[in-house]
Design a protein around this ligand. Structure first.
Ligand code: SF4
Length: 231
């Protein structure tokens, strides 16, 4: 791991564009760096920037087995369009074994456990050997994300990097328009933020873009961005 002055770097990198931050990250950490993406409309700027700046960057996709078919279709479309280096990661436990142990509907009864098995633990495995992990989270998405810094060291040394942290929803859309990028097929049906099918509903006018995730539950994050990784 390079010897980095994180507070100083946070101050300096916040003055750079997402493309420049990505370039710095790739030149500092490659090949011990990867990005992750859920392949939804708001993922587009980060994925497009990766294709332009560092196309060899692995892009981890967590295949929970609960995705909308449209998300898998969109992922494949973007892979062909942007020539991304996508790495698909799945739960360590077969779905049939999960069903046998927990029965149907674990995502309703214990969504934190379901997210742990299908997202957090697979990401823990996927980041073993990495020094840095790039994610497209933004300040304006949730209260927790509003408190993040551009560089966030995890307790075990993995450095999380958020090149788009200071972008607004408006800037994301301006970028998508500028580069004429394809959008997720479910956006037209109100799915502004798309996760697993059982835990996502369309967003209504005036709601936060993540209001449709785990709606009705006291849960706003799957755990990937709450410092749970590799602990
Ligand atoms: S988002 Fe829902 S279905 Fe997907 S892993 Fe989490 S609880 Fe399970």
């Amino acid at each position: 791991m390079p010897d980095l002055d994180i507070p100083d770097l946070n101050d300096r990198l916040e003055r750079l564009s997402p493309a420049e931050i990505l370039q710095w990250a790739w030149s500092t950490f490659a090949p011990h760096i990867a990005a992750s993406s859920s392949f939804q409309t708001q993922s587009l700027p980060l994925l497009h920037l990766i294709s332009q700046v560092c196309p060899a960057m692995p892009v981890i996709f967590l295949d929970t087995g609960f995705h909308f078919p449209e998300t898998l279709q969109f992922r494949d479309e973007l892979q062909a369009h942007l020539q991304l280096n996508i790495v698909v990661v799945r739960a360590a436990v077969e779905k049939s074994d999960l069903l046998a142990r927990y029965g149907e509907g674990l995502y309703r009864r214990d969504p934190d456990l379901c997210c742990y098995i299908n997202k957090v633990e697979p990401m823990q495995r996927a980041t073993v050997g990495l020094q840095a992990w790039i994610s497209g989270v933004r300040h304006d998405q949730t209260e927790n994300r509003n408190n993040l810094r551009l560089l966030e060291p995890e307790a075990d040394g993995l450095l999380k990097i958020h090149p788009l942290l200071n972008w607004t929803k408006k800037e994301v859309w301006a970028y998508i328009d500028q580069y004429q990028l394809p959008v997720h097929p479910l956006l037209a049906w109100g799915y502004v933020s798309v996760g697993c099918a059982p835990c996502t509903r369309p967003v209504h006018a005036g709601e936060n873009e993540r209001a449709g995730r785990w709606a009705g539950l006291d849960k706003i994050e799957c755990g990937l961005h709450l410092g749970l990784t590799r602990r």
